[in-house]
Design a protein around this ligand. Structure first.
Ligand SMILES: N[C@@H](CCC(=O)N[C@@H](CS)C(=O)NCC(=O)O)C(=O)O
Length: 229
């Protein structure tokens, strides 16, 4: 069985879980929390050379990085596909996947998660309020503003939900878990797109499965209650 190393509430582990669920693949979670000392297994750097989650073991294949893993799962199990057929839409899906991991995560979600969760809850260190404020007033408007312009009445890379949608949505899920809200008055197209992607069955199932961890971590999941069943 596919073994996914990571934690379901991690932005990039969730992406791999949604890909596995989309393809109806059974999987087993091997819990690794890189920020918790002693959590990674002894051979962790061999499996994940960066030390980051997620990584997988699938038969004889060992692989790190959510984008590499999702592309691998797609090649092994082509349907249902998370990658559009046309070259232009395929490229756009990859772009949004890259933008999600490279800019949305690095400049907005990761610093906020670090300040409001890792520092006070894992490291017993104070939150740097000035850093949070800088992210909210400088990085977020640019990044969410770009996504607002990119979101239409469809998905980000065409009619169907793609890996690009899942990658961006996974970031917004964590953004809301840590107590921030996607402001629908300020980013209406992005908010409508997010509500649409949250209807995607594999993402819904991933969110359902991670609820025990969300509650155990004391994260905010009130916003999920407002979603249509
Ligand atoms: N490019 C990597 C990024 C993975 C990543 O940043 N993972 C985060 C969790 S979502 C992590 O391991 N953070 C722990 C740390 O920074 O030490 C991927 O797509 O898998």
């Amino acid at each position: 069985m596919l073994q996914i190393y990571g934690v379901p509430v991690s932005v990039h582990t969730r992406k791999v879980i949604v890909a596995a669920l989309t393809k109806n693949l059974p999987y087993e979670i091997k819990e690794v929390v890189p920020v918790v000392p002693g959590s990674p297994p002894p051979d962790w750097r061999q499996l994940s050379p960066t030390g980051l989650i997620p990584a997988i073991r699938d038969g004889g294949v060992e692989l790190a990085d959510s984008s590499a893993i999702c592309a691998y799962l797609e090649r092994c199990h082509p349907g249902p596909s998370l990658y559009p057929a046309s070259a232009a839409a395929y490229a756009r899906a990859l772009w949004f996947e890259q933008y999600a991991g490279g800019t949305l995560f690095r400049e907005v979600v990761r610093p906020l998660f670090h300040e409001v969760f890792v520092q006070p809850r894992v490291r017993q260190q104070p939150t740097d309020a000035a850093h949070v404020d800088a992210v909210l007033t400088q990085a977020l408007p640019e990044v969410f503003g770009y996504l607002e312009g990119a979101a239409g009445e469809d998905h980000l890379a065409g009619a169907d939900c793609s890996i690009g949608d899942i990658a961006v949505a996974s970031n917004l899920v964590t953004f809301q878990y840590i107590g921030f809200a996607l402001d629908a008055a300020r980013f209406p197209r992005l908010a409508r797109w997010f509500a649409r992607v949250l209807q995607q069955p594999a993402l819904r199932e991933a969110l359902r499965r991670e609820q025990p961890a969300v509650r155990a971590m004391g994260l905010n999941d009130d916003w999920l209650a407002g979603l249509p069943a």
